[in-house]
Design a protein around this ligand. Structure first.
Ligand SMILES: [Zn+2]
Length: 65
């Protein structure tokens, strides 16, 4: 079983009707809506839970003495 990266449902690779290849990897979807959501912004679903990763937080350096 593969996991639909959009909704985390299990999808059977053998019967999956909606698939997408991204960076050489096949992804399987339970519904066309999941596929199109993934196609629009694959990184969003592959980079973990947070929606917009990649904010740079500038950590101030504390100067001691
Ligand atoms: Zn789905």
């Amino acid at each position: 079983m593969a996991i639909d990266p959009v909704c985390n449902m299990e999808v059977d690779e053998a019967t999956a009707q909606w698939t997408s290849e991204y960076q050489g990897q096949m992804y399987y979807f339970c519904a066309p809506g999941c596929k199109s959501a993934f196609d629009e912004d694959p990184e969003k679903y592959l980079s973990g839970s947070s929606e917009h990763e990649g904010h740079h937080h500038d950590h101030e350096h504390h100067h001691h003495s």
